[in-house]
Design a protein around this ligand. Sequence first.
Ligand SMILES: [Zn+2]
Ligand SMILES: [Zn+2]
Length: 265
Amino acid sequence: MLFFTDTHCHINSDQLRGDAAGIVRRAADAGVGRILVVGSDASDSAEAVRLAHAWEREGVFAAVGVHPHDSKTVADGLPDELLRLAYDPRVVAIGETGLDYHYDHSPRDVQKKSLRMHAEWARRAGKPLVLHVREAMEDALEALNELPFDARDLKLLFHCYAGGLDALDAMRDLDAYLSLGGPVTWSGNDELRKVAARVPEDRLLCETDAPWLTPKPHRGKLNEPAFVRHVYETIAEVRGVSTEALARSTDANATRLFGWGSLYE
Ligand SMILES: [Zn+2]
Ligand SMILES: [Zn+2]
């Protein structure tokens, strides 16, 4: 039996929110039994929590936080109504936060400040931290190493990992989890498939980042959690394991990280 987990998606986004019921049903039909809906700002974090309660039986959970694109909106601090969400029983992580130097939608020093605030919040709440790092790995590692506490006191997840093979050692030093998405299926992305082959078995996760980064063979459509199977199939192939073996090992990893029940027990 095959059960899949999508450790990162945005069915709370403007693009997907209106079809949330259909998306959750299609995911269940495709064997996706755990879906982590991730917040990008205070309002869609609240929406993520609402969806996690509405679709509890379907295995929907929430992460709450402010995306690095929007960190300028929290330059003076994270709002109380957002901070409170961390204590909701359906919230299993803080994020996504991090650094995005590709778009630079917020000033870099403000992105770093927001990352620090999220890290401290995750530590207080005792929940893992979901990191989005794009073209900023060196600064992200520096920011984590400069926290007023040991970054390894946090459980870290680098989502949609694009750090290359050379950053894998730093990931190991941080005990960090890495999650890979649709780009691993794309033609011409051999570098990322090399990464997929090398991530330690007990630190690997799979995601969609829906509605973006749609995997083959659905490119051109909006992404959704039901498509996560293609991410699993590609990664299983490059690692030389069966899709079921990968589904089981990543289920164990996600269960260890997020504290939700295993799909295989
Ligand atoms: Zn992201
Ligand atoms: Zn995301």
